[in-house]
Design a protein around this ligand. Structure first.
Ligand code: CDP
Length: 793
């Protein structure tokens, strides 16, 4: 069942064409330090912007005195919320139809909120002047705990919203409550478990920033910004700032990691635009690490109760969950409009069950806004963690092996397309071979034996399994839009006379290797070597409209667009070839890069010959225009559903409670694989993310609302020292509706790895009777769990 589609072939120079392990085309630029990031943009006369942020989590603003800052050397402008309010620019819409303050006017609602900005000749002058701004705050009680937010006497955070008298943000439910209750009532075994997915931060290597350049003569705004979605941002700027859309160019150059952090529009971007309009000069804003961690989009922060009902022999019958979602001070969730809880609805996982139900309540708290999909497709990480943890709790209750329990309950291959009890239509899957391969690679039976021996000696070794199904590639226009913009993606392909090509994409790479893999997709379809194909993205004046890169949507949506646009070009090339070879179209066969006459292989023309003819002198077949190019907009008919089986082996030092991830086996199935090397890189990165979340990452707050994770000294990211050598494998179950059968993979490992690691740790702690302990499993948390004091964050 394990096979790799390696139909890579070589041209005369032995260069690979099409799918396969091709080195990344973008890397010569990056390894030589020649990448061009937003902070590398330097325009003549450029000024620098710095933002004054609130030191407190909740306070009324009584007054702001900017006079000393204005008089500071090099300062060109100091702007407050009151000044923005005069222009109607103090508030902006969020991606979830809430509003967020660009600069605070009435109150500050989280520590680090934007209060004023300074524009100066250089960054130092701007930051020095911030200290001279005198803000008088009337400090209010903060709400930092989501449970506290719902108490009747809790301070009301969002009193800017008319008639708002509490901290309730939204309610949401999915599945069938009554049917699920009925199944639970008759089940032999019911297990329930409280779980917290802590607040974490995407923490990309490059922080967020922008350079705004408003040309008053042309009436044109050029904005270089760290955005994963340049086209969507352009439309939103047009709607908010009233600048006509064709007069806005958003350029997203090289981006140093996004992971969802660069999906929202941040106040800093808007401030840079305002500053450029006010000063008539280009203005740069680059936040520092501290600002990135305290004010930009967080992820997770779900308090969940999971319940699972089963028969005594391990047939899972139903899953139910209740979630309290902490959305921070403004609802900045990035998800399609119909899905306020993102794709959390896939919490039924990879199992064929009878009933499911979820009820969710979301609240406002005095914390930074967000709810971004940190390396996951809109809250799928939370859903997978929930189901994979409670399935392990059930295995524990039943005294059953967790691998066996999963194998017994998988959706079977013949059941696809499979509609879940919460209405998601899984396109395809073949779970058992993936699971069996992971077990074989791990040597599962041997590991269990080793564990027995070690336990007898008092050593703590754990084996954790997670099996996930993701839903990626948002999404079908009929169901999915972000602020009214449909989630389809454009693609344009031009083949030049000499047979070299350029493809223009609406998605935006942040390190995923799109310049390589999209060239490979085109190469596979039209036989032009990938090195002869340039991939352009990240410039709204020069690429077709589309919604950008997040939620592993590039391959499912834009990858499909690239394959189809190439086929459109190939169809035209076939007609031109028929004229060149003087045979009918039906007499031609495609041979990866050339058309040849059936039965007469000596008679053929290459795609390069055809390109020259398409642009050259001489007649073309009746009704065919010159040129060799095409454009499409692809609307996916469904999401794609990659899956994977992960097995983690940990050792815990009984004396220090330090967890060591000794082995990690990851078998991923993302359908057709374009570039296995890039896929492995994506998986390695995501697994490291998982180690971070499971063992060390958390944005915590003290009772005054001070952010305790505001630097990389406090917000710990995993390094090479904390991660093992990853052992990766794959199976291939192509997507039936995707033109090349590919599913997304960029985020699978971030989604699947945390439950595997936590399951392994809980398994190691079995001698202590531990059934659950919340992430991050730092030595102190593990120590507490060993002593029967497992505590939530
Ligand atoms: O949207 P994003 O690029 O973050 O995620 P993705 O679509 O999963 O793709 C991540 C990288 O893996 C891209 O370079 C893809 O082309 C590559 N990939 C692949 O080679 N084969 C697949 N089946 C899926 C992705």
């Amino acid at each position: 069942t394990v096979h790799e589609r390696v139909d890579t072939f070589h041209d005369n120079d032995q260069k690979p064409v099409g799918y396969g392990r091709m080195l990344r085309k973008e890397d010569p630029r990056f390894v030589r330090g020649r990448g061009r990031f937003v902070d590398d943009v330097r325009l003549p006369g450029m000024l620098h912007l710095a933002i004054l942020r609130s030191p407190v989590a909740h306070a009324r603003i009584l007054s702001i005195d900017t006079s000393a800052a204005e008089a500071s050397p090099g300062v060109k402008a100091v702007v407050t919320g009151a000044m923005l309010a005069e222009q109607g620019l103090a508030w902006m819409p969020t991606l979830s139809n809430d509003v967020q303050a660009v600069l605070a006017t009435d109150k500050v609602r989280f520590q680090g909120q934007e209060v004023a900005f300074v524009v100066a000749e250089d960054g130092y002058a701007a930051r020095d002047a911030l200290e001279l701004i005198d803000v008088e705050y009337d400090v209010l009680d903060p709400v930092v705990d989501a449970r506290r937010a719902l108490e009747p006497d809790a301070p009301v955070i969002r009193d800017d919203l008319e008639g708002k008298t509490d901290n309730h943000c939204f309610d949401w439910e999915t599945g069938d409550e009554a049917a699920t209750a009925a199944v639970f009532a008759r089940a032999d075994v019911v297990v329930s478990q409280d779980l917290v997915y802590p607040r974490v931060h995407p923490a990309p290597m490059e922080t967020c920033g922008a350079v705004a350049d408003f040309d008053a003569v042309e009436g044109k705004l050029r904005l270089w910004s760290t955005t994963q979605a340049p086209h969507a941002h352009r439309t939103l700027y047009a709607l908010v700032a009233g600048i006509p859309e064709h007069k806005i160019q958003v350029i997203s150059p090289d981006i140093g990691g996004g992971f969802g952090n660069k999906v929202p529009i941040y106040p800093g971007y808007v401030c840079a635009i305002v500053a450029s309009i006010v000063t008539g000069k280009p203005v740069k804003w680059m936040e520092d690490r501290f600002e990135n961690l305290i004010s930009t989009g967080f992820a997770r922060d779900y308090i969940m109760r999971g319940e699972i009902a089963a028969t005594r022999d391990g047939q899972i019958l139903a899953i139910r969950t209740n979630v309290l979602a902490d959305h921070g001070a403004f609802n900045g969730t990035a998800a399609p409009v119909k899905y306020p809880a993102g794709f959390f609805g896939v919490f039924t996982g990879s199992y064929d069950i009878e009933a499911a139900y979820c009820k969710m309540t979301a609240v406002f708290t005095n914390k930074a806004p967000g709810g971004v999909a940190y390396a996951c497709s809109f809250r799928i990480t939370e859903a997978v963690y929930l189901v994979e943890r409670i399935v392990d709790c059930l295995a524990d209750e039943l005294g059953m092996d967790p691998a066996e329990l999963r194998l017994k309950n998988f959706i079977r291959p013949e059941q696809f397309p499979y509609t879940t009890k919460t209405g998601w239509v899984y396109d395809s899957g073949d779970y058992e071979p993936t699971m069996r391969l992971a077990m074989e690679m791990a040597g599962y039976a041997d590991l269990r034996r080793e564990q027995q021996e070690k336990r007898a000696r008092g050593e703590l070794m754990g084996i954790g399994i997670a099996f996930f199904t993701e839903a990626v590639g948002a999404g079908p226009r009929k169901d999915m839009d972000i602020l009214g913009l449909g989630m389809a993606d454009g693609c344009e392909l031009r083949v030049h006379p000499t047979g070299k090509a350029v493809v223009r994409l609406s998605v935006q790479s942040q390190g995923q290797g799109h310049e390589t893999t999209f060239a490979q997709i085109i190469a596979e379809e039209i036989g032009i070597p990938p090195d002869d194909i340039d991939v352009l993205h990240g410039d709204t004046d020069n690429t077709p409209f589309g919604l950008g890169t997040y939620g592993s949507r590039s391959t499912p949506v834009s990858g499909a667009a690239a394959a189809l646009v190439a086929r459109k070009v190939r169809d035209k090339a076939r007609i031109i070839a028929s004229g060149m070879l003087e045979v009918s179209v039906a007499d031609l066969e495609w041979d990866k890069g050339s058309f040849r006459v059936k039965g007469d292989p000596g008679k053929s023309v290459t795609i390069q010959d055809i390109a020259m003819r398409a642009h050259g002198a001489g007649d073309l077949p009746e009704g065919i225009e010159g040129g060799l190019e095409a454009q499409i907009c692809y609307n996916p008919s469904n999401l794609t559903y990659p899956h994977g089986a992960y097995i983690c082996v940990v050792d815990i030092d009984p004396g220090t409670a330090q967890v060591k991830v000794r082995r990690f086996i990851a078998v991923d199935d993302c359908g057709t694989r374009i570039n296995p090397m890039i896929i492995e890189g994506q998986v390695h990165g995501g697994l490291a993310d998982g180690v971070g979340m499971a063992l060390m990452e958390m944005i915590a707050f003290d009772e005054d609302g001070n952010c305790l994770g505001a630097s990389l000294m406090d917000y710990l990211l995993p390094t090479a020292l904390e991660v093992p050598d990853w052992e990766t494998g794959f199976t291939v179950t192509p997507s039936p509706h995707h033109p090349i059968g590919a599913k997304g993979v960029g985020e699978s490992a971030t989604v699947g790895s945390p439950p595997a690691i936590v399951n392994a740790i809980v398994d190691a702690l079995e001698p202590f009777g531990v059934r659950h302990a919340d992430m991050p499993l730092t030595p102190s948390r593990v120590w507490d769990a060993m002593r029967g004091n497992a505590r939530p964050p």
